[in-house]
Design a protein around this ligand. Structure first.
Ligand code: HEC
Length: 99
């Protein structure tokens, strides 16, 4: 009896932890890390924050800039489609709120 109850407790703890992990993975903080990691892996070798802010000054309109980056990054050291979205999100966020 005793062992059985303890087992059930463990199962619900595991479920609770899995649930919380899922929730945290969906927070903007989690995405920001992923976006930054993609930029670091693909672009940071050649580009730093100064470059990103410069691209922001070159194209002040965020929507126009997103379109431009989406086209440009299809031929400039092209990342995968999934990474391209993450990288553009990182660039846009950095320009919107410079560190
Ligand atoms: C191996 C080095 C290298 C890598 C990797 C690289 N770039 Fe570049 N990038 C350059 C150089 C050099 C230029 C300047 C070329 C020029 O003046 O047009 C440039 C220019 C740019 C520009 C400005 C283009 C313009 O027309 O003004 C953007 C935006 C850019 N890179 C974004 C990125 C992003 C995002 C990544 C990651 C997916 C990336 N680059 C990866 C070397 C690199």
């Amino acid at each position: 009896m005793r062992t059985k109850r303890r087992h059930r407790f463990t199962v619900s703890m595991v479920a609770a932890i899995a649930f919380l992990t899922g929730v945290f993975a969906l927070t903007p903080g989690g995405h920001a890390k992923e976006n930054e990691a993609a930029f670091k892996a693909r672009c940071a070798e050649c580009h730093g924050p100064k470059d990103i802010l410069y691209w922001g000054r070159q194209r002040a309109d965020a929507a126009a800039r997103a379109t431009w980056l989406d086209q440009f990054l299809r031929k400039h050291y092209p990342p995968s489609e999934a990474e391209r979205a993450l990288i553009i999100a990182y660039i846009q966020a950095t320009i919107a709120a410079p560190k």
